[in-house]
Write a protein that binds this ligand. Structure first.
Ligand code: NAP
Length: 166
């Protein structure tokens, strides 16, 4: 199973503020997320589930929480750990981890692919994308998107793949 992460961050690694994204909606970033994750199941932390910007997959969604009585909406299931989430989806070809920062910290050492959108700005934030070993990954693509009337910031889509160990 390939474990893929998908995230957007500012140049200061900002990724969340008060339970929301720190920047105004960027439609092409949402479109990219939906294209990249199409047909795949998703894993997310409870706070990422519990945001108005929630993303979900029609294929299946696991919400990681320590709260045993936490109720999730139809289409989502609760799991107590990332390990259990990955075990549940072990027969999938690829699963997407959507964040937030707490879940990324745990998933980064396991990830084969990173889809990162770098937004060309610095943002006030209370949640930051974790530091990780960039040398373990190879940049396999990058695509720039300019600021325009629908996008107040320019951004770049990066895809990284973990280098093979041999
Ligand atoms: N820019 C992006 O790409 C992006 C992506 C996703 C989210 N976000 C933003 O990031 C923020 C949310 O991220 P976050 O880091 O605060 O929260 P999060 O990672 O989404 O969720 C944290 C919660 O997950 C559960 N959890 C974490 N580790 C666990 C473990 N080892 N075992 C069991 N449960 C565990 C806990 O839930 P309980 O408290 O219920 O036990 C914890 O409170 C929001 O502002 C959101 O908008 C941004």
């Amino acid at each position: 199973m390939r474990i893929s992460l998908i995230a957007a961050m500012g140049q200061n690694r900002a990724m969340g503020l008060k339970g929301r994204l720190p920047w105004p909606p960027l439609p092409e970033d949402w479109d990219n997320l939906h294209r990249v994750t199409a047909g795949r199941k998703m894993i997310m932390g409870r706070k990422t589930y519990d945001t108005p910007d929630r993303v979900w997959s029609p294929e299946g969604n696991l919400v990681i929480t320590r709260q045993r009585d936490y109720e999730v909406e139809p289409g989502f299931e609760r799991v107590p750990t990332l390990e259990e989430a990955l075990e549940r989806y072990r027969n999938e070809e690829e699963v997407f981890v959507l964040g937030g920062a707490k879940i990324f910290e745990q998933a980064l050492p396991l990830a084969g692919t990173l889809h990162l959108t770098l937004i060309h700005g610095t943002f006030e934030a209370d949640t930051f994308f974790p530091e990780f070993d960039r040398d373990a990954f190879l940049e396999i693509s990058r695509r720039d998107h300019p600021a325009d009337e629908r996008h107040p910031f320019a951004f770049t889509f990066f895809v990284y793949e973990r280098k093979s160990v041999d």
